[in-house]
Design a protein. Structure first.
Length: 367
């Protein structure tokens, strides 16, 4: 059994490293928060806080020529409780198994007909996709071997600029200040994804590497052991906040001028819809019962700001009574056939999200 190169480093890195801010905050549930249209930290501060994660560049090797298989073939080796990531774009569904991604962290390929990278950081509990056609010629991303706030730092193969995964922006090099266009990723268990999307395409173990993908070096999501559930975080976190357990999953939301974090289990069967405003941007969060996750959308449709509510077990906008589903699709009523625009959002461990965005609105904090 070969240990993950970053896990070996975790055992020896000193914990006596600087903390950039220590803020707790009110545990109430506000509905609006306004911030300036810029990051809490400067690019220079981000760059100075990058630390080595242990491996050299691409020591955690991205998948460059991904192979794919059917749901039926994937069910032979995936367990029902295994975590997977669902990418749903233009009606096409791709399921990406976490047991594969924990060994590679990046898949470079085509998404929705565009070059892109699917990225996963097991330390920060973040999976998000980014399109990579921002450069000419198009570039791909690699793993830099470095970390920022316990999160994956990618580098582009064209300029070697550093792009922290959660930030989605280059903090140094030729592309400093550039921002990536994200596409949404949803966490689920294999049994949920298999049932919801029986005709999906699944990333296969045919990755060009010899791993059997049978062992997670960080712990176990099934038995709730190891890194994914303990309170340990990587050193040199720029901000900490003890309102939540460090590994509590939140749905981080980015709008043009604001950031928010919804405690993931704040939504569920008893609260399947939530209207919020993030720096004056109206957002709605829908509970996806099929996958046990949360999807977020802008509440603006045309010139109208919609207000959503539950009515006899259906999600309706109170403006017209149109019925909407958890994918932001109007399925009956005045707006039938309309599609809400997704907001940029990602599931993350609390410690990682709040380290990048100390001024985030927090929704669902315990009293």
């Amino acid at each position: 059994m070969v240990a993950h190169p970053r896990c070996l480093t975790l055992l020896i890195v000193s914990l006596v490293l600087p903390v950039y801010a220590q803020e707790g905050g009110d545990a109430s549930e506000p509905t609006e928060f306004s911030v300036n249209c810029r990051n809490y930290f400067t690019y220079g501060q981000f760059d100075a806080a990058v630390i080595s994660g242990g491996p050299p560049p691409d020591g955690i090797p991205p998948i460059e020529q991904p192979g794919y298989e059917s749901v039926a073939d994937a069910s032979v080796w995936l367990d029902p409780e295994d975590r997977v990531f669902v990418v749903e774009l233009s009606g096409e569904v791709l399921i990406i198994p976490q047991p594969i991604m924990v060994r590679h962290e990046i898949v470079n390929g085509s998404f929705n007909g565009r070059p892109g990278s699917f990225t996963y950081c097991p330390l920060a509990g973040v999976a998000i996709g980014y399109y990579t056609d921002f450069s000419d010629p198009n570039t791909t991303f690699g793993t830099s071997g470095s970390l920022l706030n316990g999160d994956l730092v990618m580098y582009d193969r064209q300029s070697s600029s550093y792009w922290p995964q959660i930030l989605g922006e280059a903090i140094n090099g030729d592309y400093r200040g550039a921002k990536l266009e994200a596409f949404p990723v949803y966490w689920a268990q294999w049994a949920q994804a298999e049932a919801a999307y029986p005709d999906a395409t699944v990333l296969s173990r045919d990755s060009g590497f010899s791993s059997t993908y049978s062992f997670d070096p960080y712990g176990d999501y099934i038995d709730e052991r190891g890194h994914y559930f303990n309170e340990r975080t990587w050193p040199a976190i720029m901000n900490t906040d003890d309102r939540l357990h460090p590994k509590r999953p939140v749905i981080g939301i980015k709008t043009s001028c604001g950031r928010a974090a919804i405690v993931k289990d704040h939504l569920g069967p008893a609260r399947p819809v939530l209207n919020i405003d993030v720096a004056n941007a109206p957002v709605v969060a829908f509970y996806d019962a099929a996958l046990g996750t949360v999807r977020t959308f802008s509440r603006i449709h045309g010139d109208t700001v919609l207000e959503f509510a539950q009515n006899n077990g259906k999600t309706v906008d109170q403006n017209t009574g149109t019925v909407w589903n958890h994918k932001g699709q109007a399925i009956s009523g005045q707006w039938s056939g309309a599609q809400l625009k997704p907001t940029e959002s990602m599931e993350s461990f609390w410690f990682a999200w709040i380290a990048f965005y100390p001024d985030s609105l927090l929704i669902g904090a315990p009293n």
